[in-house]
Design a protein around this ligand. Structure first.
Ligand SMILES: Cc1ncc(COP(=O)(O)O)c(C=O)c1O
Length: 372
């Protein structure tokens, strides 16, 4: 029996051990800890990778979302449209600004249903926050059309979509700002928390830089109230090593998704995500490979017994958590997804043997009568 973890942090470290150790030692020997050259170098690399004027690193994707909304002037009395089928941070960021999150359903591919989003616009709507979930981008062509027609701000949640593209343009570069997470399990992950924001807007960039460092323009000049939200220079040094491998990792993720799709298509009881070449507009990067599965919870247990660790994220739809005050929303498809979705392991370090084993185990459950 093989043992396949859902993510494998230590293996990724082992593969890059010499480079990472050297980078960390260099930072520690220099004593360069906060807002130093490694952080600046990382920001430059990210701006180049995304093709934007500014990339500002922060200490989480959540802060990137909150700061983007605040810098865009969103506050009390405003409504911001987003989805429930996401990590709660997308919605929390709106609430933290004092605005009202307005939730809409998603489509078959788990991304925002743009017709539902347009129908939810009211006179109080200020912004739409699309979430590029699982490494697949929303239909940005339709969304930008809606935003232009109704004069709305777009803040993109690209926390799960670094490197994904729509019409050949990077996730997070369509709206006023794009928000990214470098949480360890992300496509590009630190050894702790991290995040960042991309923008082509000078004023937004300036505000975000102030927000992350208590409003201090210089050591003697404070322009506004802010927060402590810097990406540690040590984490930036690690990211500078990892970012060299980003394109190769993205390709491997797409390759694994293709193998899963090819081998699992036709298995009764599961619905597969769109494959890497599903259409000409999307370039998906598979932060997660998410199935919709009949007898999902039994599949989870079966795979666990076979040594395959999977993830059931949000078995309760986010708007159904009573403490969040979102129970007014009725989103039938998102609610159904909460009962059906399960993520298979997908990361660049997976071997072909492991991928085959995962496929065999899923087939075993559905085809060989183990699904009782
Ligand atoms: C869709 C989505 N939005 C926002 C976030 C928040 O990012 P972070 O955990 O870095 O705050 C995450 C990541 O966990 C996410 O998956």
């Amino acid at each position: 029996m093989l043992k396949i973890p859902f993510v494998n942090y230590s293996l990724q470290y082992k593969n890059l051990e010499t480079e990472i150790d050297a980078a960390m030692k260099s930072v520690l020997n220099r004593g360069d800890l906060i807002m130093r050259s490694d952080m600046e170098e990382f920001e430059k690399k990210m701006a180049e990778f995304l093709g934007v004027r500014h990339f500002i690193s922060l200490n989480s994707g959540t802060d990137a979302l909150i700061f983007a909304l605040k810098a865009a002037g969103i506050g009390a009395g405003d409504e911001v449209i987003t989805v429930s089928h996401t990590f709660v941070a997308s919605i929390a960021s709106i609430a933290h600004c004092g605005a009202k999150p307005v939730l809409v359903d998603v489509k078959e591919d788990f991304t925002m249903d743009m017709e539902k989003a347009e129908a939810a616009i009211t006179s109080r709507t200020k912004a739409i926050l699309p979430v590029h979930l699982n490494g697949r981008m929303c239909d940005m062509e339709r969304l930008m059309e809606i935003a232009n027609k109704h004069n709305l701000i777009i803040i993109e949640d690209a926390a799960q979509a670094l490197g994904a593209k729509f019409n050949n343009k990077m996730a997070g570069t369509f709206g006023l700002a794009g928000c990214y997470s470098f949480y360890p399990a992300k496509i590009l992950g630190t050894f702790g928390d991290g995040g960042g924001l991309a923008t082509n807007d000078e004023k937004i960039a300036e505000k975000i830089k102030l927000f992350r460092d208590h409003g201090q323009k210089t050591k003697t000049e404070i322009l506004c109230f802010g927060w402590t939200s810097r990406l540690d220079n040590l984490q930036a040094a690690v990211l500078n090593v990892k970012i060299k491998h980003l394109n190769e990792w993205l390709e491997r993720r797409r390759e694994i998704a293709e193998i899963y799709n090819k081998n699992l298509s036709g298995v009764t009881g599961i619905k597969l995500p769109p494959g890497p070449d599903s259409d000409k507009k999307h370039f998906d990067v598979f932060q997660n490979y998410v199935l919709r599965a009949e007898k999902r919870d039994n599949l989870f247990t079966f795979l666990k017994e076979k040594g395959v660790e999977t993830l059931i994220k949000d078995p309760i739809a986010v708007h159904h958590h009573t403490g969040l005050g979102l129970s007014e929303f009725h989103l039938p498809f998102s609610e159904e997804l909460a009962k059906k979705v399960i993520s298979l392991p997908l990361y660049p370090e997976l071997t072909d043997e492991q991928i085959e084993y995962v496929i065999g185990s899923v087939k075993d459950f559905y085809q060989n009568g183990k699904n009782i």
